[in-house]
Design a binder for this molecule. Structure first.
Ligand code: SF4
Ligand code: SF4
Length: 121
């Protein structure tokens, strides 16, 4: 049976993933926004392990966030100890995209910066 991957192996695998979004860590900090869907999160912390900028924290879900979950999300959250990932360091995100492809639950999206307004004729 294969052993668990180390954090370095997870990061390497995520770095080679063909669907990795973002700007390969070249974005100015805080221009892209990592978002966690707490309905999907299973709180096992792969995002914490692969993020090079310490954006994520896994801990007890905030009661107000728990209240917004759907029924399945509540059941999932309870099954995982009432914990979830949050992004207290979101302003340090440089859009490497590793977290998105490393998350086994597809719970993370990266929101790109808003388009600059076009100046029309
Ligand atoms: S990798 Fe995904 S499922 Fe795991 S703790 Fe992070 S957001 Fe949650
Ligand atoms: S894209 Fe994800 S892994 Fe990369 S810096 Fe941002 S939050 Fe961290």
């Amino acid at each position: 049976m294969a052993g668990k991957l180390t954090a370095l192996e997870k990061s390497r695998r995520a770095a080679a993933h063909p669907d990795r979004p973002g700007e390969r860590c070249h974005a100015p900090a805080g221009t892209w926004l990592p978002l966690v869907d707490p309905n999907r999160c299973e709180a096992k912390g792969d995002c914490v392990e692969v993020c090079p900028h310490d954006v994520f924290l896994v801990g007890p879900i905030d009661p107000s966030a728990y209240a917004t979950l759907g029924l399945l999300g509540k059941l999932r959250n309870r099954a995982h100890g009432g914990r979830t990932a949050t992004t207290p360091g979101a302003t340090d995100c440089r859009a490497c995209g590793l977290c998105v492809v490393a998350c086994p639950e597809g719970a993370i999206t990266l929101r790109p910066p808003p388009e600059p307004p076009t100046i029309g004729p």
